[in-house]
Design a protein around this ligand. Structure first.
Ligand SMILES: Cc1cc2nc3c(=O)[nH]c(=O)nc-3n(C[C@H](O)[C@H](O)[C@H](O)COP(=O)(O)O)c2cc1C
Length: 247
């Protein structure tokens, strides 16, 4: 209601073409000091992070080992979707784009594997610019893990092997869905899905895996009073250089 009143004041002001800066400022203050259209004051939502701390003496000198430890802890702690990571890509014209994908493996070189459609928006971005970042947030542990690096496609045989291990419906979806393209309707998608299920479950050439090779890994542990712990590892001359960052 208050949000509506606020909008009405702004509308009337515009309609009267009453462009007094002062009045607009009064409207802004009114909006800020009142609940927004969702009837919630978002600025009042805050949690203090108090569960853990991050000290150099307990951290591995190897960023990959540390990353695996944190991932294991997230799984053991029953974090919701512990392997879900926000993947950020950047197009050739510099436009960033983020979405969640699932981590499917960490190989012996510490590369992070995920699977997707190579013709999707992220696939197109990665073809033009193979720099990417992933981000995990494990709220139960009050932890964030940030990884930056470069991405390459996995070998076709690896993608074949993973595709074959997936449930049939997931295979059919991968075959049927022109990921990130505009489609006419849900009904159209379901028709393609049903047609795919009649056919042979073969991995489409434009669906497969990528591996992200990390050049930077940051471990973030929430602390009381927003004085969080941040430790970043940079890969330099075949070694991990560890540094503490200000929160
Ligand atoms: C929990 C979760 C897991 C997901 N896992 C994947 C995944 O592993 N691969 C994938 O292509 N999309 C996955 N998605 C869907 C993507 O977030 C996204 O909608 C899709 O990949 C299209 O992204 P794009 O248009 O930016 O390329 C997942 C979404 C969620 C919420």
């Amino acid at each position: 209601m208050e949000g509506l009143v606020c909008k009405m004041i702004a509308d009337i002001t515009l309609r009267l073409d009453f462009r007094s800066d002062k009045l607009f400022k009064v409207c802004d203050v009114y909006c800020l000091s009142n609940k927004n259209a969702m009837n919630r004051d978002l600025s009042d939502i805050r949690n203090d992070f108090v569960k853990k701390e991050l000290s150099e003496e307990h951290l591995s000198s190897d960023a990959i080992e540390q990353m695996k430890d944190w991932l294991n802890e997230a799984i053991e702690n029953h974090e919701p979707e512990p392997t879900a990571m926000t993947l950020c890509t950047v197009s050739s014209s510099g436009v960033p784009s983020a979405r969640i994908v699932l981590l499917k493996n960490i190989d012996e070189r510490g590369n992070l594997w995920f699977y997707t459609n190579y013709s999707s928006r992220k696939g197109t971005d990665l073809k033009d610019n193979n720099h990417a970042a992933v981000n995990f947030f494990w709220p139960g542990l009050e932890r964030q893990l940030r990884i930056t690096g470069t991405v390459e496609k996995l070998a076709a045989e690896i993608s074949d092997g993973y595709f074959e291990s997936r449930p049939v419906d997931s295979q059919a979806s991968a075959i049927a869905s022109p990921q990130s393209q505009v489609v006419d309707s849900r009904a159209q998608l379901e028709q393609w899905f049903n047609e795919a299920k009649q056919g042979k479950m073969k991995r489409p050439a434009n669906w497969g895996g990528y591996r992200l090779q990390a050049s930077e890994i940051e471990f973030w542990q929430g602390r009381a009073g927003r004085l969080h712990d941040r430790v970043r590892y940079r890969h330099e001359k075949e070694e991990w250089v560890r540094e503490r960052l200000a929160p």
